[in-house]
Design a protein around this ligand. Structure first.
Ligand SMILES: Nc1ncnc2c1ncn2[C@@H]1O[C@H](COP(=O)(O)OP(=O)(O)OP(=O)(O)O)[C@@H](O)[C@H]1O
Ligand SMILES: [Mg+2]
Length: 405
């Protein structure tokens, strides 16, 4: 039996949950892509903030790949790696070298490759080796990267590995910058496509917000054919119950059925919210073991201030009004258009001054920059944060109450 005071729930970014519920379909599908002999399909894992992309990749996809004989390399794309092609190459080689350092080439091979370090015998494919090799290759950065990955593949293949997965989280931050003549995204796509066509089993797995796929297609139209997009969202009610209950199965007490149903309803199946509400409900129950219910309202208020408020506080009044108009739409949590926002604002909800299409077109990009909204492939817009409309409505009810109290 577990220590009944230890809270097992883990709300956080990339924190492994005590029990990863659901996602069987996605795991099965990913396992299928690992069976490819010729890699024609790469994978994009996408979804809103907090739906569980990172943990699905780290806790499930990775072990699947490793069990099937694939080497797993990667990390997340940080600010500096998306700025230019050189940085992106450095990122890829840094991650690859964690594995490739255990491989080595004889100096006869390196000599034949036109790359002689002058040193005798064996060369381990360390980061330093790969970085020097890359720079010594002729052509553009894309040619240099291809040649370096080709060298690693030829060596790794002799070791009998099945393939190499390059898994990158937060991939939506990589962007081509025309004005600076830097095309890191195009470089990434072109390199993998070219190596795959030559029969090398490098598989690209990119994880990120729903803006990721349109961005790739914008960079290279063939990206449309290169990737299978797996979009994950809320958990089913059954999987949500598992996520709530299973972590407590070895404890001396469990949440009541009604508490479980409240958590399923309020979280709406979104994994981060499940972890958050469960953690708070657990702490409450430890202190109030005889309470028949959980105090859901204060928990939701705490969730608002922890998860949403930071994003909300930095907005201007006009931006908030616009979000309020969006939240009025019956399908606010799906997608919406500029025209619909303009229409909603005409009915003056809460005395909001109506927005013209031009106003909306100017404000939406600011909200996109702040990671609150994104534009999908069909030029419609969606909230990037789950259950955002409910939060907006709560926020305004609260402000109104404060005004009249
Ligand atoms: N299938 C699941 N079952 C239970 N809990 C989950 C599940 N998936 C994710 N979680 C929990 O939800 C939270 C968010 O997960 P994660 O950080 O992987 O989301 P994300 O989609 O990567 O978010 P972001 O877009 O912010 O990077 C974590 O606390 C994690 O433990
Ligand atoms: Mg993540």
């Amino acid at each position: 039996m577990s220590d009944t005071n230890t809270n097992p729930y883990r709300p956080g970014a990339g924190h492994s949950p005590p029990y990863l519920a659901g996602r069987e379909e996605e795991v099965k599908k990913f396992a299928g892509f690992l069976e490819q002999d010729d890699i024609t399909t790469n994978v994009i894992l996408t979804g809103l903030r907090g739906v569980g992309k990172t943990v699905l990749m780290d806790d499930r996809f990775k072990s699947q790949a490793q069990e099937k004989g694939w080497v797993w390399v990667g990390s997340d794309f940080s600010e500096s790696s998306f700025l230019n092609e050189q940085n992106l190459c450095t990122r890829l080689l840094t991650d690859l070298s964690v594995f490739s350092s255990s491989l080595s080439l004889s100096s006869t091979t390196t000599g034949r490759l036109g790359f002689d370090t002058g040193a005798p015998t064996e060369h381990a494919l360390t980061f330093d080796f790969l970085a020097t090799y890359l720079l010594a290759q002729p052509g553009l950065m894309v040619d240099k990267l291809k040649a370096s990955l080709d060298l690693v593949w030829q060596t790794a293949n002799k070791r009998g590995i099945r393939g190499i997965v390059f898994a990158y989280d937060e991939a939506q931050v990589v962007a081509d910058q025309k004005d600076k003549n830097e095309y890191p995204l195009a470089l990434l796509l072109e390199t993998f496509q070219s190596l795959q066509r030559k029969g090398m089993r490098y598989l690209l797995l990119l994880t990120g917000l729903p803006t990721l796929f349109p961005k790739l297609v914008e960079s290279r139209t063939y990206a449309e054919r290169m990737f299978s997009v797996q979009e994950i969202g809320r958990l089913s009610p059954m999987a949500s119950r598992d996520a709530i209950r299973i972590p407590l199965q070895d404890y001396s007490w469990q949440f009541s059925d009604s508490a479980v149903e409240t958590i399923v309803r309020v979280s709406d199946g979104y994994p981060y919210f499940i972890q958050f509400i469960c953690r708070e409900a657990f702490d409450y129950t430890i202190v109030n073991p005889d309470s028949p219910s959980i105090p859901i309202e204060p928990i939701v208020r705490k969730l608002d201030s922890n998860f949403f408020a930071g994003r909300w506080e930095t907005l201007t009044d006009r931006q908030r009004d616009l979000l309020y108009c969006i939240a009025q739409l019956p399908h606010a949590d799906e997608e919406f258009t500029i025209g619909e926002i303009v229409e909603a604002s005409k009915s003056n909800p809460r005395g909001v001054k109506p927005f013209s299409p031009n106003d909306v077109s100017q404000i939406l990009p600011r909200l996109i920059e702040r990671g609150l909204v994104f534009k999908n492939r069909y030029s419609k817009y969606s909230f990037a944060v789950p259950l955002f409309s409910r939060f907006i409505m709560r926020r305004f009810t609260l402000t109104q109450k404060a005004l009249f109290d």
